[in-house]
Design a protein around this ligand. Structure first.
Ligand code: ATP
Ligand code: MG
Length: 588
């Protein structure tokens, strides 16, 4: 069943459009206003070009009585025309000229509308991405990356369709009314019957399919999210799939979902396209009937031909305009659901702002204090950490130990400022770093190696000097830190050396090599505080001791905090804390 909430006022098209408008940059709003002005102009030209059909057909079919027509009489006066032949030439030129101009303008409008729709969605997609990466670490922990990938890829494309369709509806309405207005001049009866027949026809279809299209929109977004999830999860666990022969299950999931997904796309395309064929038939019947009525009523042939030509040409444009309105409307209905999600992301408040001063520095001279820290994860039942008090002096090498799941990584995340303590303070030289902009400055003096390091599918250099523009990387320093973590011999033995690509998530490396890249990355940063979360767990004890020795030598001034289960590493620490039962106690 379709969600009832869906029909609430705030999900109506008009409110969505207002929300979109409110989120547009001024530049884009001006572009839209310019486009609308242009569309009105185009409608006017469309009117002229249609109106010029009658004089054209009239002079061609009835050269003897040209003077009868008042428009033509005016033309003769304005252009001072003396012969029939030159009159026919003039009218033909005007006719051809108007047709070419009005169609070129249509073409230009098509291009302009596409450009505006794509620029707006590019703004939106960048804003979504920015809002995503600027959201708090805890938000990231609680959201699913597949959903966001779905949003930033397919949903954004659908948003372009939504905006484009709306602009097309406006344009088609303008064109439609210009055409109908022209028809009224020549025959108001035909104009109104045209308007009534076609409007009635489309209204019936709209009533019939609105619900289905909305429902398909909801289903589309569900299937889309699910598909990305299946792909990500199956490729992420491909080792288990191969070893445990789980291919069939994933394939079945994928196929079932994909079938439904494609069926929805096909259904939407059919619903939005089919009225065209019925209407074309109605159009021809309409022309034939009009001709029949006029012939029966013994109107002059040239009059009937002129009228029929205007109806034929008009309906060649009127039917597509009606169809375009319907097509665009149905696209809007079927994409509405995803547009709501995109707008939600566009409007998401950011937790961080880019505007803090880059020149400011954080001064850490004495000590880091954790004071009465309590922490509970947003969606968890109970506290993870209870009343933590801890003091770390500058230059200390601190070990943190405790059973798995006891909260060691959580504690470090609070220390880094990734997680906000539920209560309590993180004081550095007596300054509460969770206040104001000091948090970002504090983070700026820390480098850390997380428990699960993320590597990109690029070279050693880009992974060690992570997030730095290739041209700004200090290669000497990359080589130096690789030496510290004993990776230099291995890297040099590779054909492309430091430029060798390491595969997705470092798939071409061993577990220990991946970890050492993580440590090298942290050392490259040359920060005052180094935090290692089980960063040496995959290394043999000999290598571990060598690397720790190196870090110790480097770190006269550096404060090192490390989580480890390993005695070797603990020997380097001058303080050791144990986390147990959510509380902390000092062991050394
Ligand atoms: P390990 O030695 O295995 O790395 P740890 O001591 O580092 O363990 P943490 O990762 O800090 O443990 O986790 C502490 C507790 O918090 C665990 O019980 C875990 O289930 C819970 N936890 C971790 N992350 C979240 C989260 N995002 N939401 C809810 N609970 C979480
Ligand atoms: Mg951990």
């Amino acid at each position: 069943m379709i969600n009832k909430k869906f029909f609430k006022y705030k999900y109506r098209d008009i409110f969505l459009l207002i929300r979109i408008w409110n989120n547009l940059r001024n530049k884009r709003q001006y572009s839209i206003i310019r486009l609308l002005i242009f569309q009105v102009l185009s409608g006017f030209l469309e009117m002229l070009s249609l109106a010029s059909v009658v004089p054209f057909i009239y002079v061609i079919t009835n050269p003897e009585n040209i003077i009868d027509s008042f428009i033509i009489r005016d033309l003769i006066l304005i252009f001072n025309i003396e012969s029939n032949a030159s009159l026919i030439t003039l009218i033909t030129i005007i006719f051809v000229f108007l047709i070419i101009i009005s169609n070129s303008i249509r073409l230009y409008n098509l291009w302009l509308t596409n450009i505006i729709a794509s620029k707006i969605t590019s703004d939106f997609s960048t804003k979504c991405y920015a809002n995503k990466i600027f959201s708090s670490y805890e938000d990231h922990l609680n959201s699913n990356s597949s959903d966001f990938i779905g949003l930033i890829t397919n949903y954004i494309i659908k948003t372009t369709d939504f905006i484009y369709s709306f602009l097309q509806i406006i344009y088609s309405i303008i064109i439609l009314f210009s055409l109908i207005f022209t028809l009224i001049i020549y025959s108001w009866k035909i104009a109104f019957s045209c308007l009534i027949i076609f409007s009635l026809f489309y209204s019936l279809i709209i009533i019939k399919f609105k619900y289905k299209l909305n429902q398909n929109g909801i289903e589309f977004s569900k299937r889309n999210d699910f598909q990305i999830r299946i792909i990500q999860e199956s490729l992420g666990s491909i080792r288990d799939i191969i070893v445990n022969q789980r291919y069939k299950l994933f394939l079945q999931f994928f196929e079932k979902n994909d079938r439904k997904f494609r069926t929805i796309i096909a259904q939407n395309a059919t619903i939005s396209g089919f009225p065209k064929y019925i209407l074309e038939a109605i159009g021809i019947v309409f022309i034939a009937l009009t001709a029949y009525i006029y012939v029966i009523n013994k109107f002059e042939t040239y009059y009937i031909i002129s009228l029929l030509s205007i109806i034929a040409l008009g309906s060649q444009k009127i039917i597509p305009s009606f169809q375009m309105i319907f097509y665009s409307w149905s696209t809007m209905q079927s994409t509405k659901q995803v547009v709501i999600k995109v707008l939600k992301m566009v409007e998401k408040p950011r937790s961080k702002d880019l505007t803090f001063s880059k020149n400011k520095r954080f001064f850490f001279n004495k000590e880091i204090m954790l004071k009465n820290i309590n922490f509970k994860y947003k969606f968890s039942q109970s506290k993870t950490l209870n009343n933590i008090n801890l003091k770390i002096s500058k230059g200390d090498t601190v070990g943190i130990i405790g059973k798995t799941g006891s909260g060691k990584s959580t504690l470090l995340d609070i220390l880094i400022g990734l997680l906000n303590p539920t209560s309590g303070n993180l004081l550095v030289d007596n300054l509460d770093v969770h206040q104001n902009e000091s948090l970002y400055l504090w983070q700026n003096i820390i480098s850390h190696v997380p428990q699960n390091i993320f590597l990109t599918d690029s070279s050693f250099i880009e992974n060690i000097a992570f997030g730095i523009d290739l041209k700004d990387i200090n290669i000497q320093r990359v080589k130096l830190v690789s030496e510290y973590v004993l990776l230099d011999d291995f890297i040099n033995s590779l054909p492309a050396g430091y430029y060798t690509k390491i595969g997705e998530q470092g798939s071409k490396l061993s577990g220990g090599q991946r970890q050492r890249i993580g440590i090298a990355r942290a050392l490259y940063e040359q920060k005052e505080i180094l935090i290692l979360d089980e960063a040496t767990s995959s290394l043999d004890s000999n290598t571990e001791v060598k690397i720790m020795n190196k870090i110790k030598k480097l770190s006269n001034n550096m404060t090192v905090i490390l989580i480890t289960h390993n005695e070797n590493s603990l020997n380097f620490c001058n303080k050791v804390f144990l986390i147990s039962n959510k509380e902390i106690s000092q062991k050394i």
